[in-house]
Design a protein around this ligand. Structure first.
Ligand code: XIL
Length: 331
């Protein structure tokens, strides 16, 4: 309907409104994306395994197609992601004979990858998730075990930021993580970013993935996380927002559509969340959903394979939900 307010216009004086996209949704959701969003992120197509599946053989076609879509529609692009323990091909960490690569080799591969990718999208990508999910969820552990950490050591993180900054000194460089509002993990992320800043490493922001659900995390925990990270004098981006209808432990698979109760609860939750984010808009210039409408979400397969979920402001027909109305009403 022509009268429907546009999401990105409603929040235009606060933050960009982004969506993660993939080659399928760039087609099936093109109209919705153009209308309501002014930023896009590649859901998978800029990950290491997609851009450099084997050494030196870069494949940019699908990432470029998204860049072209964004350019044609005046949208910004967030880059995701350069260094992560997932979706990174094995060859990166091993020698031709199958033995583990040395620190020197791995650093050189990291540098080549980052240099090639970041310089290709120089002046196009406004912010990069340079390092993704390096902090552990376990109370007794600081960094997550990974081959980046094993082989290079803790400074793999600073090296990644330095290489990215050398390739594009204008791009905003982010550390991005989930469970970012959990108090214990929050303190670890805070320490990590603080120590990077103290060492003079070029880091400009913290990405809050914001894979949330109807009840968790609490608004108080989200507020405390925003305040804690913002106290480091860095920007905050909400990078992967979705509001799952299910608690993480809930493994039900029987629902084929959301109940009225779920939809109402979600709408109230979205109202509260956008109120909170708006309060801190000065610190949060970008809010990206990990998708756009309920016809497609990665949560249809995670953490329960094949279970439908409905985490967005638009329904499976890409029509506005009560969640959308509540968010717009308060904007
Ligand atoms: C997810 C994608 O949505 C899926 O399609 C893919 O199979 C796995 O990765 N944290 C991140 C994102 O930083 O890259 C993840 O994206 C979701 C969790």
């Amino acid at each position: 309907s022509g009268e429907l307010p546009k999401l990105h216009e409603a929040f235009g004086n606060r933050f960009r409104i982004g969506a993660a996209v993939n080659p399928l949704t760039l087609k099936t959701q093109a109209g919705l994306l153009k209308r309501h969003y002014n930023s896009v992120t590649a859901e998978n197509e800029m990950k290491f395994e997609r851009l450099q599946p084997s050494e030196g053989a870069f494949t940019f076609e699908r990432a470029d197609a998204m860049i072209d879509f964004a350019a044609a529609n005046g949208m910004g692009v967030r880059g995701h992601t350069l260094v992560w323990h997932n979706q990174t091909p094995d060859w990166v960490f091993v020698n031709a004979d199958g033995s583990a690569a040395s620190r020197e080799t791995l650093l050189s591969r990291m540098k080549t990858h980052i240099e090639t990718v970041v310089s290709r999208y120089k002046r196009i990508i406004y912010a990069w998730d340079v390092v993704n999910e390096a902090v552990s969820d376990k109370p007794e552990e600081f960094l997550r075990p990974s081959r980046w950490l094993d082989i290079i050591g803790e400074d793999f993180i600073e090296k990644a930021f330095e290489y990215a900054h050398a390739a594009d000194s204008n791009a905003l460089l982010f550390y991005n993580d989930y469970n970012e509002s959990d108090p214990a993990k929050r303190e670890k992320i805070y320490s990590l970013v603080r120590s990077l800043k103290e060492k003079g490493i070029p880091i400009h922001g913290v990405g809050l993935q914001a894979h949330w659900n109807l009840d968790n995390p609490s608004l108080d925990d989200i507020r405390a996380a925003i305040e804690r990270y913002a106290s480091l004098d860095v920007k905050l981006h909400i990078t992967e927002l979705d509001v799952s209808m299910f608690a993480f432990e809930d493994r039900r698979t029987d629902l084929t559509e959301p109940t009225e109760e779920m939809l109402e609860k979600q709408a109230e939750r979205y109202r509260q969340l956008f109120r909170l984010l708006s309060e801190y808009a000065e610190h949060i210039p970008s809010v990206t959903f990990w998708g756009a409408a309920d016809d497609y979400t990665w949560l249809d397969d995670f953490p329960v394979r094949g279970r439908k979920n409905w985490p967005f402001l638009f329904d499976i027909h890409q029509q506005p939900k009560t969640s959308f109305q509540n968010v717009i009403e308060d904007a």
